[in-house]
Design a protein around this ligand. Structure first.
Ligand code: PLP
Length: 450
């Protein structure tokens, strides 16, 4: 029990909700009817009133090993009482090197991919901006200084930094914020008319990778540093890559000296049933961004896996010169490294990075059993992820899914919605019975809410 439960706090005597300006939240709507979580263990949250809520989303796609892992808490506590913080600029501490070494040994694509040079950040957004900057700095270092353009994709989500929103493809960002100059976008690959309800990867759409050729023809390859995509787009509604798409993108990028960045903030650390999407798809990019599952969500942290050739190209010039003029106060934070090391141990001992592959057939059948319920226009699954797309109510996009979200929460199930798409991504410790519960509770809500 948390202090909130111990003190028997209820909605009436929780703290004031006024001061906390909540992120990515309809603040006024939320504060009128708050949903407050107080503790978490295994597959479940408990809210401030003591109700148990099955976590169908791993928090925000990050608690891959389930909640309340004592080993992580103990490792963090030990680290904080040994050394709470140490600067990483022109200084170091062994645990950061240790964590980087362990990550390097388990890097995306295995030893042959050589993606084992690790830059630590504090979040997914920072990982994205870091990768974009590394790509541009690398091009300059190899004498390709005109390559400063970065290419993203429509419906891409790469966090909230100015770099990330600029390569991202969300209209809500574009409506409000200025974008970096020198970006362009591939079309997204989502095409329910051609690919709806298929199991496995969509058959149609590999040719959309040729958009990169068109952008090369439009802008000139010598202006383009990198292209960034999520191997599976998560936040914009679980969009799977068409068969052959990622391979084709890799080939075109290679042909034109363009670096390929995979944003694996969601797909990293077992979500697809393999350690990384790089392993799942067998396509090796030049840079991989991660966060979330890196520390099981327990302490904020991100990491960029860079290929050796990029790293090595930057290790030039006078040795007293900082090679990459970039870094964060919290890069390689000791407590985050402790959390990350303990997380890796758990993943390995419990086989969690491949557990999604074992469960995927069961998961797929269970989720597809919702096919036929009212308003569902597509169902997609991969590993332990699912996207269930609903038709939108006339003049009220997102309303139907939001009501299903609040209804599920009342019935003790946490799901995630984006527009009218429901996204599911339970912790990798999920049992078959819990998958059944997710499907039956969700199915009941979908049936009830017209
Ligand atoms: N990139 C991807 C693919 C993400 O899904 C997210 C977050 O959901 C981010 C980047 C941003 O991560 P953060 O919220 O930790 O900054």
């Amino acid at each position: 029990p948390t202090i909130y439960q111990l003190e028997n706090l209820t909605m009436r005597n929780t703290p004031s909700l006024e001061n906390y300006w909540m992120p990515f939240t309809a603040n006024r709507q939320f504060k009128a009817v708050p949903r407050l979580l107080a503790s978490a263990e295994g597959m479940y949250y408990t809210d401030v009133d003591g109700n148990k809520i099955l976590d169908g989303t791993s928090g925000l796609w990050c608690v891959n090993a389930g909640h309340g892992r004592k080993r992580i808490a103990d490792a963090v506590a030990r680290q904080l009482t040994t050394m709470d913080y140490a600067p990483s600029f022109q200084m170091g501490h062994p645990i950061a090197f240790d964590f980087a070494e362990k990550l390097g040994e388990r890097a995306p694509g295995g030893p042959d991919a050589k993606l084992d040079r690790i830059f630590f950040t504090g979040s997914g957004s920072e990982s994205v901006d870091t990768a974009l900057k590394i790509a541009i700095a690398y091009q300059r270092a190899i004498g390709q200084g005109t390559r400063t353009r970065v290419i993203g994709r429509e419906r891409g989500y790469h966090g909230v930094g100015f770099g990330g929103i600029s390569v991202g493809g969300l209209v809500n960002n574009r409506r409000v914020f200025p974008m970096l100059p020198g970006t362009d976008h591939l079309r997204h690959t989502h095409n329910p008319e051609r690919n709806s309800f298929v199991k496995g990867l969509p058959a149609h759409g590999a040719e959309l990778a040729d958009d990169l050729e068109r952008l090369v023809a439009l802008h000139g390859a010598e202006t383009i540093a990198a292209v960034i995509v999520e191997p599976v787009a998560g936040s914009t509604g679980v969009l799977l890559p068409p068969q052959g798409y990622l391979e084709r993108l890799r080939a075109i990028a290679d042909r034109h000296g363009i670096l390929l960045i995979f944003d694996e903030v969601i797909t990293g650390f077992g979500r697809l049933g393999a350690p990384f999407a790089v392993d799942y798809f067998g396509v090796v990019p030049d840079l991989v961004t991660t966060a979330k599952g890196l520390t099981n969500g327990a302490i904020p942290m991100g990491a960029v896996f860079s290929s050796r050739h990029i790293h090595d190209a930057l290790m030039h010039g006078p040795e007293n010169q900082i090679e990459l003029f970039h870094g964060y106060t919290y890069s390689g934070h000791p407590a985050a490294c402790a959390a990350g090391l303990a997380t890796l141990e758990i993943y390995e001992e419990e086989g969690l990075l491949s557990r999604g592959a074992e469960l995927a057939p069961y998961w797929q059948d269970a989720i597809h059993s919702l096919n036929g319920l009212p308003n569902i226009i597509d169902i997609r699954t991969i590993g332990l992820v699912a996207g269930i797309e609903l038709s939108s109510r006339k003049d009220a996009p997102g309303a139907r899914a939001y009501e299903i979200f609040t209804d599920c929460f009342k019935k003790g199930l946490l799901i995630r919605v984006t527009g009218d798409i429901i996204a599911l991504s339970p912790p990798l410790i999920v049992e078959r019975g819990e998958i059944d519960t997710i499907v039956s509770v969700l199915g009941e809500s979908i049936r009830r809410i017209s």
